[in-house]
Design a protein. Structure first.
Length: 76
């Protein structure tokens, strides 16, 4: 069984965001403090398309779900 390991930079690229480490760090710092009652896919920081991707990936427990969870933790 093959396991693909998706990185945070891959998620940022998939979302159409700059995916280098500096840009990721800046994004997290800018958007940190997301309230616990707001699900990551409902955060106001996303476009409709980005939110739809996050929602779908989490609902399907897709390969992306683990890295989305990592980003979620960083944004809290």
């Amino acid at each position: 069984m093959e396991h693909n390991h998706t990185a945070l930079s891959d998620l940022f690229a998939q979302l159409g965001l700059s995916a280098d480490q500096e840009a990721i760090t800046e994004f997290v710092q800018k958007n940190a403090g997301l309230p616990a009652e707001i699900k990551i896919e409902n955060a106001p920081i996303w476009t409709k398309q980005q939110a739809a991707f996050l929602r779908s990936a989490l609902a399907e427990d897709a390969e992306w779900a683990e890295v989305i969870d990592q980003l979620n933790a960083l944004l809290r």
